[in-house]
Every structure is written in C-alpha cells, then in structure tokens.
Design a protein around this ligand. Structure first.
Ligand SMILES: N[C@@H](CCC(=O)N[C@@H](CS)C(=O)NCC(=O)O)C(=O)O
Length: 186
C-alpha cells in the first residue's frame, strides 16, 4: 500500500495542486478516485467518513486525514522539507498567495469552468460576471510572475558570466527570491 492516499478525480484542479506536489517530492502515493460527477462528495457517507466539507482533495497519511489543498501543501512542505521558503517572510509570502488563490483565482475560475465545460450553461450573466473576476485575477498573477521571471533571468545572466566579464563594481544580484511584496511593501 502506498504511503500517501489522495482522494481525487482527474478534472479537479485543487486535487492537481496536491498531486503535483506529491510528484515533485517523489512521494510514494496512490490516488483514490472520488466519483464527483455522480455526487459522491454530496453523500452523507462521504461527509461523515471522509470530509465534512464535501470536497476533494483529501490526503491520508499515517492515520492523519488532511483537507484543503493549501493545508495539504503546507503539510507536504513540512514532511518533505521542500518548497517551503527559507525565512518567516518567505513562508508568509507563500501563505499569502495560497490564500489569494483560494479566494480570488481558483474559486472563480473553477466555478466558471464548471458552468461552461461541465454544466454547459452557455454564456449567462453569471458566467459574464465570473469571467470578469477571472480576467482580473489572471492579470494580477501574470504581473507577479513577470516580475519573478525578470528577477530570475537577471540572476541567471549574472551567474552565467565569468567573474572577469562582470562589469566592475556591479552589484551581485540576490539569489532568486520572490519580489518584495510582503507586508513590508515593495
Ligand atoms: N478550498 C478548497 C476547494 C476544494 C474544492 O472546491 N474542490 C472541488 C473539486 S476541485 C470540490 O470538491 N467541490 C465539491 C463541492 O463544492 O461541492 C481546496 O483548496 O481544497
């Protein structure tokens, strides 16, 4: 039996977050298929025995049952010691984006996807509203990732140059870290 069991289904973006982390950590894990589209998460049995919130993903490990993808990621960070940030500021930065994702990105994008792709509602005032929220959130994410990419590119360019070729007195760029967007501001 695998060490970790992930309650999931293929279409679930939230389960994908946990599955990706398990794979990146090379964990010994197995999926437990949840029949979401036939209502398994809405059954009293699922809510009593698996997750009172009626959601996927759920991770089982050594007698523990964890729910909420952000909590699962945090748990895997502490069990594998990877991807967790090196300082309190970095840990808070990760938490900040996980909270933002849950509230402002996945919540809207997953609901929009569900309506359009699976419930086939077509375009309605609800999907129009959700699309606006999704576009705005993706714009925020894009801008953040562009700043990160620029920082990493500058660092890699600097490191790739032999020391002798670096401009005199040039400042060593810091190792790639998230741009300063913590509570201290930019
Ligand atoms: N905030 C939760 C969201 C989980 C979630 O909404 N999962 C979906 C599948 S991707 C689900 O199980 N939905 C069932 C429902 O809302 O009834 C997380 O990050 O784990």
């Amino acid at each position: 039996m695998a060490e970790y069991t992930l309650y999931c289904f293929a279409q679930s973006g939230n389960a994908y977050k946990a599955a990706l982390m398990l794979n990146l950590c090379r964990a010994d894990w197995a999926p437990r298929f949840v029949d979401f589209f036939n209502g398994e998460t809405r059954t009293p049995e699922y809510r009593e025995k698996v997750n009172e919130m009626g959601e996927v993903p759920v991770l089982e490990h050594r007698g523990r049952r964890l729910t909420q993808s952000g909590v699962i990621l945090d748990y895997l960070v502490s069990t594998f010691g990877k991807f967790g940030g090196a300082t309190d500021d970095e840990r808070r930065e990760i938490l900040r984006w996980i909270l933002w994702d849950n509230h402002k990105l996945t919540s809207y994008i997953a609901t929009l996807r569900f309506l359009v792709q699976f419930a086939k509602t077509g375009e309605t005032p609800v999907t129009e509203f959700l699309r606006g929220r999704v576009k705005s959130a993706l714009g925020i994410l894009d801008k953040h990732l562009a700043a990160l990419t620029e920082h990493v590119t500058r660092f890699v360019d600097h490191e790739a140059r032999p020391k002798a070729d670096r401009p005199r007195g040039s400042k060593e760029p810091r190792a790639p870290r998230p741009p300063k967007t913590t509570e201290r501001g930019r």
